[in-house]
Design a protein around this ligand. Structure first.
Ligand code: 3NM
Ligand code: MG
Length: 497
């Protein structure tokens, strides 16, 4: 397992005491939680003898390996060494970091608990792979916690880490976090654009849950939602380049939407420019709405330039199923490089997936149920390694392991041309600014876009699709400014499941 790629979103810390575990089987609880969305597991057991601890760790490792998530052991480094799991988590009173590193070697994960700026910076300097920050709120689960620092304490540590040059260390926080406060904990503790949490760690919210799979799923949704403002702030602060190779219809609209969300647009269809533009840290949108032979050659060349530079590429396969030419263009592009995000309506995504469907023009229509759409998006994400956004009345976003549905938006989005294309542009800005988690970035772009549409549609000055467009650009810009200024009340409108 590549320790740089670990997802810290929903971090499960186990507890084997009857007060929390009840009479449930710990292995089954962990299996259910991981199935529901827990992305990393720490086996924490302060009481069992060594033999029991090794046996339990082995049983948990069998589960976590099956799901491809890391297993760490709390404190007991010897147990981690013996079972060969992915690493350890050490508190301030446990074995020193250096000693643990000697025993585990360079490739294992070592996480360190920190309750203060000093402890956090010291752990980073020692080489910790991630930090567990806390205690956020007083908790029945651990009564001897040293300091309750709240979300304000977390935020000051994150800010200090960033100032000290440790902005890239992953962080989670712990203590009294559950599904009802997870989103708020992430939002309140964020020091974005400087630094934000990567996830939350919980004991009782999962181990004591009646249905740990369902509880993990809700936590995953709420944690993901809580990171959305970080993405929007990142765009506002970074003004990333959004390089659009788009169709004739939407050039102006897409450029205005890019500006509204805080990006810097360039509409450059000549691929010889792509190698230079790819070095500027932005993202490329390839939109095949008005495909031509020359356009396709340019798309291939630009895709390869961004792939070579490690820059994100958003693919918008407009009208993919409409003609044989477009179906072939899809195949050419997919076999020429790698996409970071693929965004399309049901027919387009079906075509990209390889299902033989015909599409009337570039219109969207839907025949799949929502679970079928989720399955399709997940399958295409798994096959291509891209995050897939399948748009419709209910949108689906998937990276192959995490899949969400979004029920925001407004019918006006379907009554003016180019809204789908400008969503691609919006998402390009998000993935350019927020590289650590493409799924979170893509989801942020989608909910920002659709909530802005909802706000525009109900304005007094909007009387139909024509007056909707300028109001929509206004609202995109307003939501961006509110978020950059710390007001994320708009997020309460998000309907993410
Ligand atoms: N460590 P719950 S708080 C294991 O502050 C642990 O370092 C803490 O349990 C710390 O999610 C804690 O049930 C328990 O509140 C967290
Ligand atoms: Mg400890």
């Amino acid at each position: 397992m590549d320790k740089k790629k670990v997802n810290y979103g929903v971090y499960l810390v186990t507890d084997s005491t009857p007060a929390i575990l009840g009479n449930k089987d710990l292995t089954k609880v962990v299996e259910a939680a991981v199935r529901g969305g827990a992305s990393i597991v720490q086996y924490r057991d302060k009481h069992s003898d060594r033999e029991t601890a090794v046996k339990t760790a082995r049983a948990l490792l069998e589960v976590t390996r099956r799901y491809g998530v890391p297993l760490l052991v709390n404190d007991r480094v010897d147990v981690a060494v013996e079972v060969g799991c992915e690493g350890v988590h050490i508190g301030q009173d446990d074995m020193a970091y250096e000693e643990a590193r000697k025993l585990l070697g360079p490739d294992k994960i070592i996480g360190v608990t920190a309750s203060s700026i000093e402890e956090a910076i010291k752990a980073c300097e020692a080489g910790a792979d991630y930090l567990g920050l806390g205690t956020v709120y007083a908790t029945q689960t651990k009564k001897d916690t040293k300091s309750i620092i709240g979300t304000a304490g977390i935020r000051s540590i994150l800010q200090a880490l960033s100032s000290a040059g440790h902005a890239s260390i992953p962080t989670v926080c712990i203590g009294g976090i559950n599904s009802s406060n997870a989103t708020a904990v992430l939002v309140e503790s964020s020091a974005a654009p400087a630094k934000s949490l990567d996830g939350i760690a919980v004991v009782s919210a999962l181990v004591a849950a009646e249905d740990p799979a369902a509880a993990a799923r809700v936590l995953l949704t709420n944690v993901t939602m809580g990171r959305v403002p970080d993405v929007v702030k990142g765009v506002a602060a970074g003004t990333p380049l959004s390089h659009n190779m788009t169709n004739l219809v939407v050039q102006n609209f897409a450029a205005n939407v890019a500006l509204a969300v805080g990006a810097s647009p360039i509409m450059a269809n000549y691929a010889e420019e792509a190698a230079d533009l790819a070095k500027l840290g932005g993202a490329l949108v390839i939109n095949m709405g008005t495909v031509t032979p020359e356009g396709l050659r340019n798309h291939v060349q630009a895709l390869q330039a961004y792939n070579a530079a490690g820059g994100p590429v958003v693919y918008d396969p407009v009208g993919a199923g409409a003609t044989a030419i477009r179906r072939n263009a899809v195949k050419t592009l997919l076999s020429s490089g790698h996409f970071t995000v693929i965004k399309g309506n049901e027919r387009e995504i079906q075509t990209v997936y390889g299902s033989s469907v015909t599409q009337r023009g570039v219109d969207s229509s839907s025949s799949l149920t929502i679970p079928q759409r989720a399955t399709l998006a997940r399958a295409l994400a798994r096959r291509t390694g891209a995050v897939v956004i399948l748009t419709g009345k209910t949108d689906v976003v998937s990276d192959g392991s995490r899949t969400f549905r979004v029920d925001n938006g407004h019918e006006f989005l379907g009554q003016v041309t180019g809204t789908g294309c400008t969503l691609g542009t919006t998402v390009s800005a998000m993935v350019a600014a927020f590289r650590s988690d493409v799924l979170v970035a893509a989801l942020a772009g989608l909910v920002l876009f659709e909530i802005a549409a909802e706000r525009a549609a109900v304005r007094d000055d909007v009387r139909g699709p024509g007056t909707f467009v300028p109001a929509f650009i206004d609202e995109l810009s307003a939501v961006r400014k509110e978020t950059a200024g710390g007001n994320v009340a708009w997020l309460a409108k998000a309907k993410i499941e």
